[in-house]
Design a protein around this ligand. Structure first.
Ligand code: ZN
Length: 324
């Protein structure tokens, strides 16, 4: 017997009756982290404490949370236990390890990052029979440069702008990337003004025990002499003048990203594993079967098959590939 894995706007495990990260409301879901494309109004949710807090912030309402600390194993059904382990993507983000009496072990990554960050827990790498992995950067061309080099370049970009009396504006996700940048800039001695959305999540990080450096919340007066961190393309930033903008995203490896976003610069600092980390993770988990999801899922599954693994993209027309 093995795990049955279905994909229908989220990953469905019919043998245990639970969904993984479904972006639509379901009776029961395990949620790996608080990004909006991974959450929905489920009736029952298994997740970490930070993720529960982020879900309530984004989707207020009544629901039943089963909050699990990292590494604590709980019975999920009669035959199956669940353990959440750090995923290194954002604060509180989890890998999901399921251990079934009949079907063996299944590991689901959610979004994950192997290399260390400064505001998320270090990623675990347990062994499992079946691996469901995200493949956002599942092509060889997505090889991130060493993070310290990128971080240095970001700090230099900000320092140069401030020295010229220009406000540097870094575009980043409000949850996760913004807090990483705040830590980085604070360590470099640069004052930061955070967009209210990012400041709200920085406050939640602190409430949850992940203390954040001092910063001010962006207002119409409060940006001079500061590095501004804000979500990309926020029209409310028009009053900041003069400014120099930079996108902080793994997609910066695509040279057109900078032009598409209309930024002066783009820095490839990502919360996701790059191609080589995806391969290293698969090697470490040593699964019998791999399912890929998000981004270059088909391409990465094909790469794994070339390496002799049983690997399939979820919801991506594998029927066609099987018939070839
Ligand atoms: Zn995410």
């Amino acid at each position: 017997m093995s795990w049955e894995v279905h994909f229908d706007h989220g990953i469905w495990l019919p043998q245990i009756g639970w969904w993984l990260d479904a972006p639509k409301s379901t009776p029961r879901a395990i949620v790996t982290h608080g990004h909006s494309d991974h959450i929905a109004r489920h009736r029952e949710i298994v997740c970490t404490r930070p993720t529960a807090r982020f879900i309530q912030e984004r989707l207020p309402g009544r629901r039943e949370f089963h909050v699990l600390p990292f590494g604590q194993t709980e019975q999920l059904t009669l035959d199956c236990t669940v353990t959440l382990l750090p995923a290194g993507h954002i604060f509180g983000s989890a890998l999901v390890l399921l251990e079934h009496a009949v079907h063996g072990t299944l590991l689901y990554t959610g979004d994950f990052k192997l290399r260390g960050g400064c505001a998320a827990e270090a990623c675990a790498m347990p062994r499992a029979d079946v691996l469901i992995t995200e493949t956002t950067f599942g092509l060889p061309r997505y090889a991130m440069p060493p993070a310290p080099d990128t971080e240095r370049a970001i700090v230099e970009f900000c320092r140069a702008a401030l020295a010229e009396g220009v406000t540097p504006v870094l575009f980043a996700y409000a949850l996760g990337k913004s807090q990483e940048l705040l830590r980085l800039l604070d360590a470099a001695g640069l004052p930061v003004a955070m967009h209210p959305h990012a400041a709200r999540f920085a406050r939640l990080y602190a409430e949850l025990g992940n203390a954040m450096p001092a910063h001010r919340t962006l207002d119409t007066q409060g940006h001079r002499g500061h590095v501004v961190i804000a979500p990309a393309g926020d029209a409310s930033l028009n009053y900041i003048h003069p400014k120099r903008t930079a996108a902080v995203t793994g997609w910066a490896l695509d040279t057109h990203t900078r032009y598409q976003l209309g930024c002066d610069a783009a820095f490839p600092l990502s919360d996701h594993s790059d191609f080589n980390e995806l391969l290293a993770f698969v090697d470490g988990v040593q699964p019998r079967t791999v399912y890929t999801v998000h981004g270059f899922a088909r391409e990465f599954a094909a790469t794994l098959r070339q390496r002799g693994l049983d690997a399939w993209a979820l919801g991506k027309g594998n029927q066609l590939e099987l018939s070839l």
